[in-house]
Ligand binder design. Structure first.
Ligand SMILES: Cc1ncc(Cn2c(C)c(CCOP(=O)(O)OP(=O)(O)O)sc2=O)c(N)n1
Ligand SMILES: [Ca+2]
Length: 526
């Protein structure tokens, strides 16, 4: 009979999962023994980097990403990254090595006590098999659970003495399982939704990350052009579901109750597709809806539908719903919205570039299908105004705002999308949460361009401090970091871009390189 180890690797291979993102300890060595030639191990020096790389890989590939962490300590280090993966519906299959079965109860070293409890509530499912023979089935359940809607991370803790035990006679059966999900609304449900859209006098579309994750961007454009209505991106945008230079595009909604209501004043029907209602952030209470407005929500996540504070909802696959809805939508006689005006250049100053000018240059020089991994919180609005994003899968931002996402996720996205240029646009504060990702970038020659916007401060927190009338908080500045030296220390080439000319030269160089380049840009605070 084959071992649990043999059956597991054949399960992973048959499910198309041959990349392992990991950081090992002794508990994990028996799983890594005889690592197959056709598998790839991507080492991260901290488990936040490991999970962040896997998150980027899963988001950009649309496929489950396999993670192998070290016991409780490794799982704990990954929890920050899990906050993002949970809210971005990232299909991560996270495994953690457990102490030998007979040594767990005495809580010997490296025993992950009550292992399935540790990652909750940031996983869909977590489990420790009751016997070695159940490991392959449990991993099959993990892969399918992570992939089925609402997608999300799962966790399996595996005692290290399970791997060389004999598998069950029928263990191989799980390897070839395929589970498909339909999610198309009924004709009656579609008719009801279409009727509301066709009858609305002044509807507005609000699109979320699930539209991009399900590659329904083109269908959303068709719907917007059929209805000739304004299109907003849902607040706290972690992806770009609609081309931001399209005439219907109006921007990203503010992440505040009163701000959204003010922005949508005058609309009689608010149609939210593929986003929670809503991912508020700033505490700015007010009415949830403008006077006279109704809201209808289409999502693949029943939990998102259930927890919304207002509106009606239809739970179904976003791509299938849009595809089936379009034939029921009547061409509107309204005139198309006017495209947003292009913003004027900004002023540089004091030997620093204005972020707006950095983004204008990025927009001018980057490939049209570039993928941006963004994590400079205070410059998000300026970025959406100035950098064009045209294709599905062009933008990723930490879905829970858990910093330390940008650098590792950029690597994972580039591994998943080698044919597109990935550009990390990372704040100097954010970069420091996962700076060891630079080592993985160098070791695996991942050809990302990493822009570090160094404004020497936690810019977004300064904005919040003003909003919350906190004018004396300590710990808001991060001066004195030399990112070029840090990059070189981890093996990544680096350039200091302290002028427009230097930035242009560095960007052109970075886009032409087959290995990573970090560009440190001293910038003005926003
Ligand atoms: C793990 C973690 N720690 C702390 C924060 C709090 N935080 C922090 C520390 C921010 C500052 C980000 O600074 P930055 O340099 O990356 O970008 P900006 O200067 O453009 O804001 S924004 C924010 O929410 C967080 N979101 N996540
Ligand atoms: Ca900063």
């Amino acid at each position: 009979m084959p071992s649990v180890h043999t059956v597991t690797y054949s399960l992973l291979r048959r499910q198309g999962i041959t990349t392992v993102f990991g950081n090992p300890g002794s508990n994990e060595l028996p799983f890594l023994k005889g690592f197959p030639e056709d598998f790839r191990y991507v080492l991260g020096l901290h488990e936040g980097v490991v999970a962040g790389m896997a998150d980027g890989y899963a988001l950009a590939s649309g496929r489950p990403a396999f993670v192998n962490l070290h016991a409780a300590a490794g799982t704990g280090n990954a929890m920050g990254a899990l906050t993002n993966a949970w809210y971005s519906h990232s299909p991560l299959v996270i495994t953690a090595g457990q102490q030998a079965r007979s040594m767990i109860g005495v809580e010997s070293m490296l025993a992950n006590v009550e292992a399935p409890q540790l990652p909750k509530p940031l996983v869909k499912w977590s489990y420790e098999p009751a016997c070695p023979e159940d490991v392959p089935r449990a991993l099959s359940q993990a892969i399918h659970s992570a992939s089925l809607p609402p997608r999300g991370p799962v966790y399996v803790s595996i005692p290290h003495d399970d791997w060389d035990r004999e598998a069950d006679d029928d263990a191989e059966l799980v390897a070839e399982r395929e589970i498909d999900h339909a999610g198309v609304p009924s004709p009656a449900q579609l008719e009801r939704l279409a009727q509301r859209l066709n009858a609305a006098d002044n509807p507005v579309l609000v699109l979320g990350p699930e539209v991009d994750a399900r590659q329904a961007n083109g269908l959303a454009v068709e719907l917007a052009e059929r209805l000739r209505l304004p299109v907003w991106v849902a607040p706290s945008a972690s992806r770009c579901p609609f081309p931001n230079r399209h005439p219907c595009f109006r921007g990203v909604l503010p992440a505040a109750i009163s701000g959204i209501t003010a922005q949508l004043e005058g609309h009689d029907l608010i149609v939210v597709i593929g986003a929670p209602v809503f991912r508020y952030h700033k505490y700015a209470p007010g009415r949830y809806l403008p006077e006279g407005a109704r809201l209808v929500h289409v999502t693949g996540d029943a939990n998102e539908a259930a927890r919304a504070p207002m509106g009606d909802a239809l739970v179904g696959d976003v791509h299938a719903t849009l595809e089936a809805l379009l034939p029921h939508i009547v061409q509107s006689e309204r005139s198309m919205p006017e495209p947003l005006p292009r913003p004027a250049p900004a002023e540089d100053g004091e030997g620093r570039l204005a972020p707006a000018n950095v983004f204008d240059m990025l927009d001018a020089l980057a490939p049209e299908d570039a993928i941006y991994v963004k994590e400079s919180t205070s410059t998000v609005e300026i970025f959406w105004e100035r950098v064009a994003m045209r294709e599905p899968g062009s933008y990723f931002f930490p879905a829970a705002g858990g910093l330390g996402f940008g650098l590792p996720a950029a690597l994972g996205v580039q591994l998943a999308q080698p044919q597109r240029q990935v550009i990390g646009v990372i704040g100097d504060g954010s970069a420091s949460y996962a700076i060891t990702a630079l080592w993985s970038a160098a070791q695996y020659r991942i050809p990302v361009v990493l822009l570090i916007l160094r404004n020497d401060t936690y810019g977004a927190l300064r904005g919040f401090a003003r909003h919350m009338a906190v004018d004396d908080a300590p710990g808001l500045d991060v001066p004195g970091i030399d990112f070029c030296a840090l990059a070189r220390g981890y093996g990544v080439e680096a350039r200091l871009a302290d002028s427009r000319q230097a930035l242009e030269t560095a960007l052109r160089e970075g886009f032409a390189m087959d290995r990573p380049l970090l560009i440190e840009v001293p910038t003005l605070p926003t």
